[in-house]
Structure formats: structure tokens, C-alpha cells
Write a new protein. Structure first.
Length: 369
């Protein structure tokens, strides 16, 4: 296994905030960012220095949304492979104009920078925020956001031609909000270990090939990826141009073809209530049709059922809102009897991971303590 990696010079078409850079110039920029930059620029500077080191690996922190955050090593060679795969899959050639509105602390932000350097994109930086397009007054070919950022950016989405959304599942409410947008919006599937996405699905196609509302649109895997399932029904990923190891996930899936799969939810989120196994994510998809706020399904201990299904809604409590949500849930025909929450909790603000994802366990503990 190689201990060193010759860092390629940036693509000749690469621009960062409209300026061309060599590796040496990027190193100088990194020092400037660290010394005099804003917090988000310091993060970018630290990453650039790590990238420009001759070491074969880069240490990256996982998000912590499905467990304790940890540091893992990624091959820089594989990060280049990932960047090229994204460019090809989404048809983003050299001189693509791109916007970075994610923090460089995590893999999604880091890979936007690598894609620009390797593929020759023209990348602009804005401070990461919940409403990143509020700071933008030009049109971009490509951008990556979290669902929460997209939720606050729909009104200005015309400024982006192609958008990938990752870091969490897109709710049905959010998918409906972008249905008529001219922007091509893709929900992605991936993780730090796979160097961001290994699959994507268009959430607002012009023509709906699948007319059945009950059948979700599957994720389509990127080239050079092989998928299968283990005995638990969880996804196994073989991508030897991205990882030396076979990646066994905790994501329950239905494999449609060797290129497509439907994501059902996390096996570690499965709730056994009265002997019935419930996938919170599947219930959330149904509830997304009627709830206009951030929410999630979880469970609390119950003497009779073992675990009782409960709903958390990010909103200040009011009796009127409780009645309204309860009535809508009771009228939702797609919701089975055992999928209806036994109790609804209103929380002013959800606990979040450092990358901005909802931290279900901490929110539950905070409310129940």
C-alpha cells in the first residue's frame, strides 16, 4: 500500500473565486485563510494544507448522525476517482460553475473543492448557512446542499441548474416543494466511507415514468459500483476504486436491479412495538404529506408494547396545533393503524449534530430528562 501520493496540479480550467491557482499558490492561499480568514475559510485552509501534503491518506471526520463521530482515513487517489465519477455521472465538464456552501469540516464540503480542482470547475465560496442562496446573485451550474439548506432556498433555487442533496433523506414535503422547479434536483445516497455519494435519484423529473404513488423512485448507482444485500436485508457496497474494503451498511434496502435500489431505512432505527417491526423512515415518508415542520418518528419504553411509537415535531407547543396534527394523522389513509404515533411531542428546537443533521437520540434524551 503506497505511503505517498503525488498530488496532481489543479486542472488548467480550475478557478477559485475567479482566480487560477497552482498547488504552490493554493498552499499560500491556505495560510492566508488560516491567518486572516473567517471561520469557514480557516476550515478550507486547513483542508487544503492536508490535501497538498504528499501523504497517500487524508483523515476525515464522520458526521455522527448514526453514531459517535469518528476519524477515518481516505485514500487521496480514491477521492480523485470519486470527483471524476461525479463529473461524468452528472455531466459536469470543465468550466462548470459551482457553489460551495457546505463547511469543509466534513466530506461533502471537502469533495466539492476536490471536484473543482480535479475537474477544472470554477468554484465560488460563500459562508455555510441555513439559507446559502440568500448570499448569491448569479446562476451556477452545480451546487450541493443539505435538506435543511434546500428547505430555506426553494424561492431562489432558479439560481442553480443542478443540485445534489445529501446528509439526510429528503422529506415528501420538500420533494413536493421542488417538483415544479426547473432546477434538476437529485437526492443522493452515500457516506464518508464511500467518499460521498455512490447513488442518486432525480426527485423532480419532467415526466413521471412511474405513476404509482406507492412505489418510491429508486436510487441509481454510479459506474463501477456493485451492490448486494446481507442476511439482515442491509446494503453491501463493493467500490474498489473508492474503498479497499467491502462496505457493509446498516441501511435496509430493496434491490430492484443490479443498478437500482430503494432505501427503506436504518436497521438500527427499527422499532419493535408489540411484536410489529416498524421502520421510522417509511412512516416519516407518509407523514411528510401532512406535516409542514421538521419532525421524526422514534419510540419510548412502554409496559404493554415494549416500545411505543412517538412523533417529535419541531415547533412550539400549542393545543390548536396538537389537535390539527392529530386530526391529519387520523385521516391519513396510507398510514396503518400500528403506524400511528401513540403520543406527539412538540420541541422548540431539535438537537443537531455538528454537521446540522437532526440528532434523534439527543433530542429524545433532552425531552425525556
Amino acid at each position: 500500500m503506497a505511503e505517498f501520493f503525488k498530488i496532481p496540479e489543479p486542472h488548467l480550467a480550475f478557478r477559485l473565486n475567479k482566480k487560477q491557482y497552482t498547488n504552490a499558490e493554493l498552499r499560500q492561499l491556505a495560510f492566508q485563510f488560516i491567518k486572516n480568514g473567517e471561520a469557514y475559510e480557516e476550515e478550507i485552509g486547513e483542508f487544503l494544507l492536508d490535501w497538498l501534503k504528499p501523504s497517500a491518506y487524508l483523515e476525515v471526520k464522520t458526521s455522527g448522525s448514526t453514531g459517535t463521530p469518528k476519524i477515518i482515513q481516505l485514500k487521496k487517489e480514491y477521492m480523485v476517482n470519486s470527483a471524476l465519477a461525479t463529473s461524468k455521472y452528472f455531466d459536469l465538464p470543465e468550466k462548470t460553475t459551482a457553489l460551495l456552501c457546505l463547511p469543509a469540516t466534513y466530506i461533502a464540503g471537502k469533495m466539492m473543492i476536490i471536484r473543482a480542482i480535479v475537474c477544472g470547475w470554477q468554484l465560488d465560496l460563500v459562508p455555510p448557512s441555513s439559507s446559502p442562496l440568500d448570499q448569491v446573485f448569479k446562476t451556477y451550474d452545480f451546487c450541493a446542499m443539505t435538506p435543511f439548506q434546500l428547505d430555506n432556498s426553494v424561492a431562489r433555487l432558479h439560481l442553480v441548474k443542478k443540485l445534489i442533496v445529501g446528509g439526510g433523506a429528503m422529506s415528501l414535503r420538500l420533494q413536493k416543494m421542488v417538483k415544479k422547479s426547473k432546477t434538476k434536483v437529485y437526492e443522493t445516497y452515500g457516506m464518508t466511507e464511500t467518499i460521498t455519494h455512490i447513488a442518486a435519484r432525480r426527485v423532480n423529473p419532467k415526466k413521471k415514468k412511474n405513476k404509482s404513488k406507492k412505489q418510491p423512485k429508486p436510487f441509481k448507482i454510479l459506474p463501477n459500483i456493485n451492490i448486494s444485500k446481507d442476511e439482515r436485508g442491509c446494503l453491501i457496497i463493493k467500490a474498489f476504486n473508492l474503498s479497499d474494503e467491502v462496505i457493509v451498511t446498516n441501511d435496509v434496502v430493496d434491490i430492484i436491479t443490479y443498478k437500482k435500489f430503494v432505501w427503506k431505512g436504518r436497521i438500527d432505527n427499527v422499532i419493535n412495538s408489540g411484536g410489529v417491526k416498524l421502520h421510522p423512515e417509511e412512516i416519516e415518508k407518509k407523514l411528510g404529506r401532512i406535516i409542514d415542520f421538521r419532525f421524526f418518528i422514534t419510540s419510548i419504553p412502554d409496559d404493554a408494547l415494549g416500545n411505543k411509537l412517538v412523533l417529535f415535531v419541531e415547533k412550539g407547543f400549542s393545543e390548536e396545533e396538537l389537535v390539527r396534527v392529530t386530526e391529519r394523522i387520523n385521516k391519513l389513509k396510507s398510514l396503518e393503524k400500528f403506524e400511528k404515533p401513540k403520543k406527539i411531542y412538540f420541541v422548540e428546537k431539535f438537537e443537531e449534530t455538528s454537521s446540522g443533521k437532526i440528532h434523534r437520540d439527543n433530542t429524545l434524551r433532552s425531552k425525556m430528562s
